[in-house]
Design a protein. Structure first.
Length: 520
């Protein structure tokens, strides 16, 4: 069983020092595989002198030139800084984009250039990773492809997206993933028929910053074995478990524990359940709900009381429309659903899977009053959409054919010091997975731990492989349950150095990350 830290409700200071991921740049650069490095000011970009780096930079430029381009530029400026945020009663001191939670919506069409200048007002380096976008590698927002932004400096991200869909952005610097730094990114296809009357963007989060223990304190406690409030540590099949914290429970859908941390609050669009945000529509309207899980340690099961959902997309890519009662999202996953609005006031409830708590928002189309903030609608116990129950739409199925290369990612963990690994190594000692441009690859995730892991690959989407004739969905983040295996197929069509990691922020910072490196 995985361990669980229960957070104290208090107001800790913001981190006084950088929360940095382990670096492995020296080994990558020495091997000649490093990308052209981007400068740390808004407009300064430099390239490495290595032959390997120049060749890779040329491949990146050629790939970007081959993407669709409209000639239009969508420009934005973002400031990253400490700020106070009202969660609907509790006021938290945290880190925010432009002082809002979630951060401001970034929206563009397929082929538009997005030019986003980010100014770092923090006391440590930061970055913005464009989660799920198949963008050029040197704009990914994760070192070494893109250097972090120094304090009091700015950086200009400029890229385009070849695919429409629901995406988001967040830092890729240490435990900054468990603050308020996230924003939705929507890429539209003007040629796509709408088939809906209204759109509701829903961002889910687990919240401690400014109201509970600081993320670094949580991490330090997770690394201290046998502390009070912890269950049996990860990665040890057959180990007995320590007592669970009050309210903890297992999740059959996740194959065991829901997560490692119990949070003071769970939020929808920055609001606690007792003071939810409200989305207004008219009875009978078809509403496209874009659901994004921005949490650090929590999966959510989401339902709209009194409504059925039709799943239309996952991680940005269309699926065969599938009617369900609820959807399950691991950290980093996105699901788009269509609902036909009833008449009244209906809670959209996001149950924190395996944690006995909820987040919620309201859909208001007429007269009525909000239900109890802790209501769990019966739809949560109905048919739940997962990666196993939806099928890729025919137009986005990856071309079939033999795989050129088989890659393996064995997921491991140890109770000693809260260490998480891929292929037996933490990130500072990683041996990258390698691929060549144009290859078709199969990546097999084998989870040898007693904890579930939402595995995310930067810069690509992959096809989930499964037995039977129906192809699995196209995704960039997939849940791998304890002691199970998930295989995915991808096409190496986006050269660079790409992160592959668990999207549990604490597992990632404890080492469960590697890279997929193009070697030509």
């Amino acid at each position: 069983m995985a361990s669980t830290t229960t957070l104290d409700v208090m107001n800790p200071p913001l981190p006084a020092r950088p929360l940095k991921r382990r670096a492995f740049l020296a080994g990558v650069i020495a091997g000649g595989a490093a990308l052209a490095a981007c400068g740390r000011t808004a407009t300064s970009h430099s390239t490495t002198n290595s032959t390997g780096g120049q060749q890779l930079s040329s491949l990146i430029d050629a790939t970007e030139a081959a993407r669709p381009h409209t000639g239009k530029t969508v420009s934005r400026r973002l400031t990253v800084a400490p700020a106070d945020v009202d969660l609907g009663g509790p006021v938290a001191r945290t880190l925010l984009y432009d002082g809002t939670l979630p951060g401001p919506l970034l929206r563009a069409n397929v082929g538009d250039d997005l030019a986003v200048t980010v100014t770092n007002g923090l006391d440590h380096p930061t970055s913005v990773h464009w989660h799920g976008l198949a963008l050029r590698n040197d704009m990914d927002g994760a070192a070494p492809a893109t250097p972090d932004i120094d304090r009091d400096a700015s950086f200009a991200y400029r890229f385009s997206s070849p695919y429409p869909g629901t995406y988001w952005a967040h830092p890729h610097t240490g435990l900054d993933t468990d603050f308020g730094l996230y924003l939705p990114v929507i890429i539209d296809d003007p040629a796509e028929p709408g088939r809906y009357d209204a759109e509701w963007i829903v961002m889910l989060d687990d919240w401690t910053s400014g109201v509970g223990k600081a993320p670094q304190q949580i991490f330090d406690e997770l690394r201290s074995a046998g502390m009070p409030g912890h269950r049996g540590m990860p990665g040890m099949p057959g180990m007995g478990s320590m007592p669970r914290p009050t309210g903890g429970q297992a999740s059959d859908m996740l194959g065991g524990d829901g997560g490692d941390v119990s949070y003071p609050y769970y939020l929808v669009n920055g609001r606690i359940p007792a003071a939810p945000s409200t989305f207004s529509a008219k009875p009978g309207q078809r509403i496209r709900i874009r659901i994004i899980n921005a949490a650090a340690d929590t999966a959510f099961r989401v339902a709209l009381a009194g409504h059925r959902m039709t799943v239309t997309h996952t991680d940005g890519f269309p699926v065969v429309p599938t009617d369900v009662d609820a959807v399950l999202l691991g950290m980093g996953e996105r699901y788009d659903v269509i609902v036909t609005a009833g008449d009244g006031v209906f809670p959209l409830v996001a149950a924190a899977e395996g944690k006995d708590a909820v987040a919620r928002a309201l859909l208001s189309t007429g007269a009525g009053s909000a239900a109890d903030p802790q209501l769990r609608p019966p739809e949560l116990g109905g048919r739940v959409a997962t990666v196993d129950t939806v099928t890729a739409a025919p137009e986005v199925v990856l071309s079939s054919g033999s795989s050129d290369v088989a890659l393996e990612a064995r997921l491991g963990g140890s109770m000693m010091g809260y260490t998480w690994t891929i292929n037996g190594r933490t990130f500072d000692q990683t041996v990258p997975l390698t691929i060549r441009r144009g290859q078709h690859a199969t990546v097999t995730f084998t989870n040898n731990t007693m904890m579930w892991h939402p595995m995310h690959l930067h810069g690509h989407t992959f096809q989930v492989l499964r037995a039977g004739a129906q192809p699995g969905p196209r995704k960039d983040t997939v849940i791998v349950k304890p002691m199970q295996t998930v295989a995915v197929a991808l096409v190496a069509d986006n050269p660079g150095i790409w992160m592959l990691h668990c999207h549990n922020g604490y597992h990632m910072d404890a080492g469960m990350m590697t890279t997929l490196d193009y070697t030509g």
